[in-house]
Design a protein around this ligand. Structure first.
Ligand code: GLU
Length: 336
């Protein structure tokens, strides 16, 4: 296995937009720079949000940009299948393993109840920290008021104190229990949570480096914690006070969160905004190389008129040149 294994993991919930394209381009350039492997994984388990045909359209758009994979839904590879909806047994097994160790519990709290019970208002994307209301009941079946979610009982000890290495945001330490609290691993409607599926897959696919959009930065600490709990000890064993035993591979990837694109007034972009979707650029007859150069430029890498911009970006990629804050989409559109 190469020392560097990166992955791009889109969700087929709509057309590929410029923000995801930026993350994909840096993901590919980083793998190329490291001489590593690049994996494409389709994250389609949130069935209610999946748009028919979107997975194929996303693959087409990424190919149009010039991205090539070493392992993918189309090519297969040693860790096939690369589609999450065909990997559900793995998520189930991970949940069973955590359950056998008393690390999960049923929760039938509603969003409104959680918001009311939260000690402090929390304006972040994650919603309020879950106060642990249902934790005392464990996996005991009771008279649920609604189909229950399954939450991770975040350890109260230092295992929840996680250090994240992020090439863009730097190195920081976070206590998952203090920040997000016990988070959901399977929703009440039976859908495995993104956090669980991503970790199970990244560990199984031996991913060493995660390059993705900045909106997911707040997930890193939870994902490292989950990876440690699932794979820091042999499956099915109890975590000892002595800490981690030999893992099948180090489950702590290095992250790089590519800052988000925003509108000129700083507001969030909607996928329907003009020229946000890659397919609009294709339909307008744009040159994909010009678009790659424009994206690279907006993120601190002037490739001039390089004929092979992805190669040029791989040669010059320097994470310290990326902005730490969001990027205005007009800086891309002005040059595309
Ligand atoms: N599937 C996720 C999304 O499209 C990304 C997962 C990841 O990169 O960790 O938002």
């Amino acid at each position: 296995m190469p020392a560097y294994r990166g992955r791009f993991a889109p969700s087929p919930t709509g057309a590929l937009h410029l923000g995801s394209a930026a993350a994909a381009i840096f993901c590919a350039a980083a793998a190329k720079q490291a001489g590593g492997a690049l994996v494409l994984r389709m994250e389609d388990i949130d069935r209610p949000r999946v748009v028919p045909g979107a997975a194929e359209a996303i693959l087409d758009d990424l190919a149009w940009l010039g991205l090539r994979w070493d392992e993918s839904t189309d090519l297969g590879g040693p860790f096939a299948p690369y589609v999450q909806s065909e990997r559900l047994a793995r998520y189930e097994a991970a949940l069973d393993d955590l359950a056998a160790r008393g690390l999960v519990y049923y929760c039938d709290c509603s969003r409104a109840e959680i918001a009311r019970a939260a000690s402090a208002p929390h304006a972040g994307e994650e919603g309020p920290r879950y106060p642990g209301t249902c934790r005392p009941f464990g996996m005991q079946k009771r008279d649920f008021r609604r189909p229950p979610a399954v939450r991770l009982a975040v350890p109260d000890d230092d295992r929840a104190l996680v250090t994240v290495h992020d090439r863009v945001l730097g190195t920081y330490t976070e206590h998952v229990g203090d920040v997000t609290g016990d988070f959901v691993l399977r929703r009440g409607d039976g859908v495995f949570a993104y956090q669980l599926a991503v970790v199970v897959d990244d560990v199984h696919m031996q991913i060493t480096d995660v390059v993705r959009g900045g909106d997911l930065a707040s997930s890193s600490a939870r994902q490292i914690l989950l990876g440690n709990l699932l794979h820091g000890t042999p499956l099915g064993s109890t975590l000892g006070a002595s800490g981690r035993l030999a893992a099948p591979f180090a489950p702590n990837p290095t992250f790089a969160h590519v800052p988000l694109l925003v509108a000129d007034d700083g507001s969030r972009l909607a996928k329907r905004d003009k020229l946000m979707a890659l397919r609009d650029h294709r339909a307008a007859g744009s040159d994909p190389r010009a678009l790659v150069r424009a994206i690279a430029r907006a993120y601190g890498h002037d490739l001039r008129d390089a004929e092979a911009p992805l190669e040029a970006l791989a040669e010059t990629l320097d994470w310290s040149r990326l902005p730490r804050e969001s990027v205005r989409v007009s800086t891309i559109l002005a040059h595309a």
